[in-house]
Write a new protein. Structure first.
Length: 546
């Protein structure tokens, strides 16, 4: 790895603008963050998204990193703006979140685990508010919360299904007021979303103050501001607010900052990191979680409204494996013509994601991410299917070859990317009703016939109206494995009803969170969690982290 000061100098950053966390990790200082995030973006922002993935993912982060390295290899000044990994997937089913092969952000093991402590700070700030809320219940001051209407949960950066529903305050009067509570994973915390959407300290504290904690017995809203919490929460988040700077396998600058999930949150890295990168580089490669239907839609309709940025190009990651999976070959065991027929059937999913990107004004480029065991005829079939549909495609072999294996994609992106900071084209207007916003996303992006709202969701939307928050954008939490709300509906489902069972208000983050189907905000570990294979050697080396 290169010294981080040398990596920073590639962007024109000086040592005075950094806070070092060792020889290979740094944070931008407060002054540098303020300075560069306030600049008009000069870079072409390239948003990397994907088709609906298989359970193990299609390598979107690997492609993002490889694309930046490929742009560097063809002489372009590129930087990355990516999310921080959560410990939940690392010890759960998915493994690490720093890319793979010759396309990783380094130091990989450190980034995957504690990194600079940002997620711990978010967990602490969130749970401080939880403690202050229960303290207000116990003493009745500074705000009179109703114990039956406390909305603010607790969080933990770990998959733990046993904490989804808990009872707290047991053991007598001195131990508090007994009530039901729940835990979410930290990546789903509104504080995580707030950190990633804040434009600075003042905005951070204002957003923290607007958090809806619960209601009084009279029905009045109780906010974090009324609990006098924002100052202390912001103090816990002081270091976490500063973007982290690391590097890729080939020394490309990488801002890795913030990590909300896209299936249960808005799925984008921080605005501060993106804007700083866009002021310092000529190309900024960023990603939004899972498929275009989840992360990219939220990047464009939520993040871009707040950040005052808009991509110049969109890349969609596709794989032969995912196309076979969505074409019905879920075991990836079909041979010969059966496998090729599955690829053709699976193209419906990729084509829908392309259509969705075009709804926002983009003509996306497909990055065909090659896995080592992909059959040549399967890759050729994907390329042929895309070309027959008028979809631009480039093969990506960055996992094995690094930037050299991404040159074809990089050259295509550089040639087709529009100018920096193009005019935005949002999917819906903020003045639309919440129901219309949800219906627009569900019908135009997911392909649903209609939307159904449960009795609880209807009640929640009445409360949104009573709170005068109907002009907020919508963040839909749903399965990432399907365009629908049902993970078993693969490919390109049609003529389905999209179910909304609950609507939560994230007033601080600035969006409504609509929960679809059986989506959970606290994941569980699989039968054979990845954590079983992680270890520490006598020499202090961490092994088994993807």
């Amino acid at each position: 790895m290169r010294p981080i000061l040398d990596v920073a100098s590639d962007l024109g950053l000086t040592a005075d603008e950094l806070v070092l966390h060792g020889p290979h990790v740094a944070k931008l200082s407060f002054d540098a963050t303020r300075k560069w995030s306030a600049q008009k973006p000069k870079a072409r922002i390239v948003l990397v998204s994907a088709m609906s993935p298989t359970p193990k993912g299609e390598g979107k982060t690997t492609v993002s990193i490889g694309l930046a390295q490929g742009l560097k290899a063809i002489g372009r000044k590129a930087a990355l703006a990516l999310r921080e990994p959560s410990l939940g997937p690392i010890f759960g089913a998915k493994g690490g979140g720093t890319g793979g092969g010759q396309c990783k952000v380094e130091p990989s093991a450190r980034i995957n685990l504690h990194f600079t402590g940002d997620l711990h700070a978010i967990t602490s700030a969130h749970n401080l508010l939880s403690s202050l809320a229960d303290n207000a219940l116990h003493f009745g001051v500074p705000a009179a919360l109703d114990q039956r209407q406390v909305l603010w949960p607790r969080v933990l950066d770990m998959n733990d299904r046993f904490l989804r529903q808990v009872v707290i305050g047991l053991g007598g009067k001195e131990n508090g007021v007994p009530r039901e509570d729940r835990f979410d994973i930290t990546a789903a915390s509104e504080v995580m979303a707030i950190l990633c959407l804040a434009r600075g300290v003042a905005d951070l504290k204002a957003r923290l103050g607007r958090i809806l904690v619960g209601f009084s017995r009279e029905g009045g809203a109780v906010t974090a501001q009324q609990l006098e919490a924002p100052g202390a929460m912001a103090a816990l988040l002081a270091d976490a607010l500063q973007p982290n700077l690391v590097q890729s396998t080939e020394g490309c600058p990488a801002f890795v900052h913030g990590g909300p999930f896209a299936n249960i949150a808005h799925g984008c890295n921080s605005i501060l990191a993106t804007r700083c990168a866009a002021a310092l580089a000529d190309f900024v490669i960023t990603e939004a979680g899972f498929g275009f239907d989840l992360g990219a839609e939220k990047f464009l309709d939520i993040k871009c409204r707040t950040a005052d940025v808009w991509p110049s190009a969109v890349v969609l990651v596709g794989t032969a494996k995912a196309l076979r999976y969505h074409g019905g070959d879920t075991a990836l065991s079909a041979q010969g013509k059966d496998a090729l027929h599955a690829i053709t059937r699976g193209m419906g999913n990729l084509e829908k994601q392309v259509d969705s990107a075009r709804a926002f004004g983009f003509d996306p480029i497909v990055a065909l991410n090659r896995f080592p065991d992909d059959a040549p005829e399967h890759l050729a079939a994907v390329e042929s299917e895309c070309k027959n549909r008028g979809i631009a495609i480039a093969r990506f072999n960055g996992f094995a070859e690094g930037g050299a294996g991404a040159k074809a994609l990089a050259e295509l992106v550089a040639a087709q990317a529009g100018p920096p900071a193009p005019a935005p084209r949002f999917l819906y207007a903020l003045e639309d009703s919440p129901e219309k916003k949800i219906q627009t996303i569900a019908t135009r992006i997911y392909g649903a016939r209609s939307v159904s709202f449960s009795a609880q969701a209807k009640k929640d939307l009445e409360r949104v109206a009573a709170l005068d928050l109907t002009k907020l954008p919508v963040c839909i939490a749903k399965s990432h494995l399907s365009l629908s709300g049902d993970p078993k509906q693969l490919g390109r489902p049609t003529d389905f009803e999209f179910p909304i069972r609950q609507v939560r208000v994230s007033a601080g983050a600035g969006f409504m969170l609509a929960l679809a189907g059986d989506i959970l905000t606290m994941p569980g570990l699989p039968k054979s969690p990845a954590g079983r294979g992680i270890d520490l050697t006598e020499g202090g080396e961490i092994t088994g982290v993807g």
